[in-house]
Design a binder for this molecule. Structure first.
Ligand SMILES: [Zn+2]
Ligand SMILES: [Zn+2]
Length: 141
């Protein structure tokens, strides 16, 4: 199935491709200072089978890194909402997408809180490689 979502200002749209119901995925809310300081709601979903395509001219995206610098956070340049988070793992861009981009049409389970910053750099990469799907950025300028 293909699910389409967008940020609150609609500048950035995303497609999420998953065989099973995407609302079966449990949103995760990182309780670090950075994620909690975001003005727009975010709660990440991911699955090894999930393919996320960010469909926007690249200059509509702002890329930020968090404390450890391992992951890249993609935000809409206009409304600053978090779109997705990703990292290069074994040369492939993998990531998780913000479930709040789909909440116009879909209802997800209440998010669970996670503390990824408690993990070491190596543990993070290992965890991501197990739970993150494929992330693609379609640069349709
Ligand atoms: Zn936006
Ligand atoms: Zn965080």
């Amino acid at each position: 199935m293909i699910y389409t979502g967008s940020c609150s200002c609609k500048k950035v749209s995303v497609q999420a491709i998953l065989e099973k119901e995407i609302t079966l995925l449990k949103p995760r809310l990182c309780d670090c200072q950075y994620c909690q300081s975001l003005e727009q709601p975010s709660a990440l979903i991911s699955d090894k089978e999930l393919i996320t395509i960010i469909d926007t001219p690249k200059n509509n995206l702002v890329m930020k890194t968090n404390g450890s610098g391992q992951a890249t956070f993609y935000h809409c340049k206009k409304c600053d909402q978090l779109i997705a988070v990703g990292a290069l793992i074994d040369g492939e861009l993998r990531g998780a997408v913000n479930s709040c981009l789909f909440t116009n049409t879909l209802q997800f389970k209440p998010p669970e809180f996670i503390q990824p910053y408690r993990l070491t750099a190596e543990e993070k990469i290992q965890r991501w490689s197990l739970i993150w799907g494929k992330l693609e950025i379609k640069n349709n300028t």
